[in-house]
Design a protein around this ligand. Structure first.
Ligand SMILES: [Zn+2]
Length: 84
């Protein structure tokens, strides 16, 4: 998650390949001052967590596109019909 103010997420995302590179892109764009990272054991787990955060914070996020389903994911979003 990325934020302008600590504790107030404005962007929810994930990287299944290279988180460092993704964060560096955001840092270079100087869009947000803070980031919060979680590590998950699989892309499916990360997608489910990202989707939960996306729905929880949707009213305050800058990125309004639903998180993408990782390749080979079993099922879709646990909070809506996306990816089912
Ligand atoms: Zn969803």
């Amino acid at each position: 998650m990325l934020a302008d103010t600590p504790g107030i997420p404005r962007y929810v995302g994930r990287s299944d390949v290279n988180l460092r590179s993704r964060l560096r892109q955001h840092a270079a764009a100087e869009e947000y001052r803070y980031f919060y990272v979680e590590h998950h054991r699989s892309a499916d787990d990360a997608f489910h967590r990202e989707s939960g955060l996306y729905h929880h914070y949707i009213h305050q996020l800058d990125n309004l596109v639903h998180p993408g389903v990782p390749r080979g994911c079993r099922g879709g979003c646990p909070r809506c019909s996306y990816g089912h």
